[in-house]
Write a protein that binds this ligand. Structure first.
Ligand code: OXD
Ligand code: MN
Length: 598
């Protein structure tokens, strides 16, 4: 018997089953009993491997095929009815043509397999933020991951009732054929089609596909925002709580900031830091006129390499139970997992992410993919509830009020440690010019600048120019908006060494940001915005960082910024004619201020 009578749900499933032709259809009820049955099945086929249950209770390892290890931006499409709707930054295909093409690929793709029907909620079922989805998949790995990353179960169907308001996600591994791999979004039809991949970001459709691409489209239509942001809570010694959201491109330490451990100097005073979310924030204007945020997810899909007792002990502890590891290294002596950067003791006897015997002595930094034990993008899928620093506010269906929005990038010289925008509009501009650059191993040399507006470049489900316009419109709808900042933990010295210690010490900057929001600290105005007075960044207990170091970290290099302005102009031209005039005005004003300061 079907667990719902919703005709929209049942008719859609029957259409998709007619196309993909599974042998049978199984509804996922969210129970541990059913999940255990699926694990047994996946164990019997080798789809997952049971790890040492004493050391890693409830933990399993999965390996993907070698060509299916990351999100595939080149094969990710936004299929709005017009190309203009998707804009120049997204890939676009005509939706009718796309459906014809993919229908051919999906036809019979589930023959001999089971179609699993996963009803899930992004954010707490019944909360004002909640949005519902159903994912159809032929992958047990997807079912087990979705049960960690989202809220799965029949209560979602009850909450949906007979409404058509749900996101229809269809996933088939098909043949895992790389040349026919597609991640397709039809935002105007609340639909996602994913085929020929079985890697997390391409197939856990609640995450990037729904909670960012489709949700950003819905947010614009409905007057809210879906952002690629962590949510962090700070409790002051007097018990007061403040919340910040922060957007960083990949490889900028987002999960580390989300689970930060305060430096001893703050711990002693009674400060506490808690994680509400590590990747995605949905933001709405509350009745009090402030911006409120929830984390729509229920787990973390974190990058394993580099996670260790120093960089992120909270993440490490979170993934010590109930976790699915993907493409990490297996220590065959202990049946536990290992990855580069976990510790300095690579296993003597091990199987690498490709499933081959691995000799750590052959590791070559220049060819990580082929010589590492764990793939550089290997992952852990872990439950939020197992995170030692999870905030109680994570469970609040109303979310948390946001005091500050932080943008960040990886810049060797251009961006100072921190600066504050001068208004919401100026802050949206600061978000639009976000960028990261790769630092070459050679001293001081810098690589290519990739502009990644609001860290959303691969995740906006419509025209980037319209997305910026939505940011500006939201500014007019939030009576008490958060203040907007930009940080850069990655400034380097002449030898290419990072100047700022980063990790837990980033709290020192977060506290300056919150002091600015509270109006309790002064700042200096520069052409790019407000920067701290060096003595207002606390360096107590920091080895090797002096007042002069902080002054250096806070300098605004006018020449480098003027060069950046040219790069921004080229990027705006690429985004095209939907770039709001206000953004051009901000850019012109920035250029004029920089020239005046020269
Ligand atoms: C992620 C990403 O996996 O941003 O979160 O790529
Ligand atoms: Mn992300």
């Amino acid at each position: 018997m079907n667990p719902t009578n919703n005709r929209f749900v049942l008719d859609w499933i029957s259409d998709m089953a007619a196309m993909t032709k599974p042998d049978n259809i199984v509804w996922i009820d969210g129970s541990e009993e059913q999940a255990q049955g699926l694990r047994e099945q996946a164990l019997s086929t080798g789809e997952i491997i049971k790890l040492n249950q004493e050391k890693l209770p409830g933990c399993y390892l999965h390996r993907t095929v070698h060509n299916d290890v990351a999100r595939v931006e080149g094969r990710t499409f936004i299929c709005t009815s017009t190309k203009e709707g998707a804009g120049n930054i997204n890939n676009w295909m005509d939706p009718v043509e796309c459906k014809e093409k993919l229908t051919r690929l999906y036809t019979g793709s589930m023959k001999g397999r089971t179609m699993y029907v996963i009803p899930y909620s992004m954010s707490i079922v019944g909360s004002p933020f909640a949005k519902y989805g159903i994912e159809l998949t032929d992958s047990i790995y997807v079912v087990l991951n979705m049960e960690i990353m989202t809220r799965v179960g029949y209560d979602v169907l009850d909450a949906l009732g007979d409404s058509a308001d749900f996101i229809k996600g269809l996933h088939s591994k098909a043949d895992l054929d790389e040349s026919n791999r597609y991640i397709i979004h039809f935002p105007e039809e609340n639909t996602i089609w994913s085929i020929n991949s079985n890697y997390g970001g391409n197939v856990l459709l609640g995450k990037k596909c729904f909670a960012l691409r489709i949700a950003s489209f819905l947010g614009r239509k409905e007057g809210w925002m879906a952002e690629h942001m962590l949510i962090l809570g700070v409790t002051y010694p007097n018990g007061e709580k403040k919340y910040v959201t922060a957007a960083f491109p990949s490889a900028c330490g987002k999960t580390n900031l989300a689970m930060l451990i305060p430096p001893e100097v703050y711990q002693k005073q009674g400060y506490k830091v808690e994680c509400v979310g590590d990747d995605i924030a949905w933001l709405r204007v509350g009745e009090d006129g402030r911006l409120w945020a929830v984390n729509p997810e229920n787990g973390f899909f974190g990058v394993a390499p580099g996670t260790n007792e120093k960089s992120n002990p909270n993440a490490l502890h979170t993934c010590m139970k109930d976790t699915i590891f993907t493409n990490v290294c297996l220590n065959t002596d202990t049946n536990t997992v290992w990855w580069e950067g976990l510790d300095k003791n690579p296993p003597e006897h091990a199987i690498n992410w490709k499933g081959e015997p691995w000799d750590y002595r052959k590791y070559d930094k220049a060819d990580k993919v082929n010589t590492s034990g764990a793939h550089p993008n290997s992952r852990f899928t872990a439950k939020a509830v197992n995170c030692p620093c999870l905030s109680p506010a994570y469970y609040d269906p109303q979310g948390v009020p946001v005091d500050a929005v932080i943008f960040g990038g990886r810049r060797a010289r251009t961006a100072p440690l921190v600066y504050q925008s001068t208004s919401w509009q100026n802050g949206a501009f600061v978000g639009s010019i976000m960028a990261s650059e790769t630092t070459a191993a050679a001293a001081g040399a810098v690589g290519v600048v990739r502009r990644d507006p609001m860290a959303m470049r691969p995740f906006v489900g419509y025209n980037m120019g319209d997305y910026w316009a939505h940011w500006l419109t939201m500014g007019t709808k939030i009576p008490h908006p958060p203040k907007i900042f930009h940080v850069n933990w990655f400034r380097t010295d002449a030898e290419g060494n990072f100047i700022w210690p980063g990790f837990g010490d980033n709290m020192r900057v977060v506290l300056w940001i919150l002091a600015r929001c509270a109006g309790t600290v002064d700042a200096d105005i520069t052409p790019i915005g407000y920067i701290p007075k060096a003595e207002d960044i606390c360096i107590d207990g920091l080895d090797g960082v002096t007042l002069d170091t902080v002054k250096d970290l806070l300098t605004v290099d006018t020449a480098a910024w003027l060069e950046d302005v040219e790069n921004i102009k080229a990027f705006y031209a690429q985004v095209g004619d939907h770039v709001p005039q206000a953004m051009y005005d901000e850019l012109a004003a920035l250029e004029a201020r920089l020239k005046a300061a020269k």
